[in-house]
Design a protein. Sequence first.
Lengths: 430, 179, 331
Amino acid sequence: MMGIVIQGGRILDPANDLDADKDLFIDSTGFITGIGKAPEGFEATRRIDARGQIVCPGLIDLRARLREPGLEYKATMESETRAAVAAGITTLCCPPDTWPVIDTPAMAQMIQSRAWRFGLAFVHPLGALTQGLEGKLLTDMAALEEAGCVGMSNALEPITDTLVLRRAMEYAATFDLTVYLHAEDPWLRNTGCVHEGEVGTRLGLPGIPEAAETVAVARDLALIEQTGVRAHFCSLTSARAVAMLAEAQKQGLPVTADVAAHHLHLTEHDIGYFNTQCHVRPPLRGLRDRDALRAALQSGVISAVCSDHQPHEPDAKLAPFAESEPGISGLETLLPLTLKLVEEKLLTLNEAIAVLTVKPAGILGVECGSLSVGATADICIFDPKVHWMLSAEKFVSRGRNSPFLGWEFRGRVTHTLVGGEVVYELGLAT
Amino acid sequence: MSNDARKWNRTMTQTNELVDINATIAYMADELRPRLAQHPIMIGIHTGGAWVAERLHTLLGLNEALGTLDISFYRDDFSRLGMNPQVKTSNLPVNVENRHVILVDDVLHTGRTIRAALNEIFDYGRPASVTLAVLIHRDGRELPIEAQVVGHHLKLKKHQHIKLLGPEPLKLEIQEAHT
Amino acid sequence: MKRDDLQFDSHGRLRHLLTIEGLPRQTLLDILNTAESFISVGEREIKKVPLLRGKTVVNLFFEASTRTRTTFEIAAKRLSADVINLNPSASSTSKGETLLDTVRNLEAMHTELFVVRHRESGAAHLIATHVPEHVHIVNAGDGRHAHPTQALLDLFTIRRHKGPIENLKVAIVGDILHSRVARSEIHALNTLGAAEVRVIAPKTLLPTAVEKLGVHAYTDLRAGLDGVDVVIMLRLQRERMTGALISSEQEYFNLYGLTPEKLGFAKPDAIVMHPGPMNRGLDIDSAVADGPQSVILPQVTYGIAVRMAIMALIMGGAPQAESPPAGGRRA
């Protein structure tokens, strides 16, 4: 048997509770074939030197926008999946708010096959919860699932008719589909673009009150209980909402949640003086909220960290704050920002890898995020000691819109393998 | 001794000798007295010129109020140096239209201050005439401007500046500019 | 990106006026003191001084306003500058590139000063971060964020009629939530050490955490005006009812409109101000607007002098306030 061996690295696989200095063996068909001891008759066609580095499952990003189809002037599937693997991310999930919307099996298939063609990161689409995301009519959820959708979502479009939301949840529950929810009451949100608080007041920017999130979370939780659907809250931002979620989980409701990496580090104060790089939706909130999100990640109430990747062309951010487009190009800071929490002693390294691998895999319900023997060889190798600074030139993504430009990070991806193939190597143009 | 002779006598004063200011101002008042027949009004240029003008105004017994001029808005070096926010207000209580004006300043050097003052006065009205009286006349003229009444002539080196300090007591100081 | 670095150049001179926040006390005083001199210019026959001769000032008003634009125009012309008025349309979908591209096109025509008014908070700041070194920006109002020239002329008015700010209690009444004038005034009053700054409005028109700006918030006009030396009335946009922010003009006027009787809650020698335009019968009763305690008309005259002072201070590099160096003030 021929294959690749990753030698001398520290294997960190929370899915299998593994933290050991062992070699990893991958066969030529792209599956993991051994850990620690070479399998019988194994011949290495390539040896990857991973001494001093961490070898973990390829990272899973629960939310990344690839801008294709519809917004190709911002980025493309090729550029963004390439950016993903450069950041150690081998699987990503994209929301259905492409143009056209992913509300037909054809769209779902098109996205997957297009991503497949590039041979970079795997893309799992979410199907639209309502047709055209308009919040009125149900989509063919069974067909969408068949076509590869791993869950349903109405993305950032609100479903204002509570009855429609209830029915959509019940329908999704029929097929055991997970509903991905963005909890935001559209009327309380109004024209807001920042957290409603002292920074918004000082800058004279319309605010989105915390109640916009908690009102929606309360409504959604009540319906989740009523309908029995499995639900996942995307990008929670407020301490209160986290408390509500914790209570619901204690009651045994099948709800999970993720947090965007930037919400674990930034607050409304980082907006400074109209820094549009900090214009995100949902908005950066207060210090108390940030600390509650961190605590929730530690306790497991929030189980995954995602990038909420939204690449933009430069002009999108070169506007007065309220007119600028929200979103951060976040793929390349997903791992670094999560590792920063380890540096700050908020998570162990094991926990950090877990919230980027096994936990999101569990939410997606997809087989990935582990280094089990027999699993697809989606692997991330990173050097935890390397210091580096994020600069605009370093971005692989088409979008350079990030408030983390100039930040110093510790830990950098050196190799990424997808299906046993090296798709990224630091220092080499792939 | 004729006025001219007296003028040239003063030219020979050593630069480091302090000038007797009170005597000089009294001398200026004498020189200006003949012009009282024209019923002149007096205008002093902030800050030093106004101090000198106050004393002249009293000595000559002028009964119309003294005007003061701040030429900050008419300087020719605004683009380079900008505006000093300690601007004092110009105040011309008497209409200059058709009047004989005695303009008073402390030091006549390049002539630029007087140029600015004349422009400003003309924005207030059209005087019948303007007579310039200065406490100190020094070399270094950059514009074709001369005073009709001079308290004291001085010859200074290029890097030296003379400054009138006040308001009480009035004192002349020579400053050496640093290169 | 520190905002106060942006308003000052590398020599510490005022380069842009974008917001009162972050300006040192001395800078505010310099502007007010300089404005005093310009008042006398406005009182004589020839109301011009040659300070900005040869310079071009562009009024870039993305949000229409005849009043403010006119005072800036008069101010610039009294400084002998050439003035160009532009009202580019700003539709709700217009992006920042239109804003910046407009500015770039104008720069090519050698404009030194832009006076900018825009519907969105942060617009003046955005422009200021993208212009070359010799270009200056004066914010004539950006969204709800700031209107520094208005605040300065209000402070000038207060100083002229009531003396030093330190002793005074000032109340600002009306739609604080949407008011850039209020925000700038609050910063200015606090920087100059006002004894107390109050805002008075129904809860719907008070922004969240408004006390953090350094004010005491009142919802009752009577309690709020008690012992106050200066009453600043804000304009209420009549459309606020549709946003469910007030119930009716009637009730608003009953509770917050300034009538002679309500004015009586303040000190007997209190002055009344209004940035204009007034809604008579809604913000303020005509008897008060035209009454003896009102300084609303003089505010307009002061506005020209204050804006002249701002433009003069920004356009010239300010020298050290003391003795000039070699080649300095030459007689």
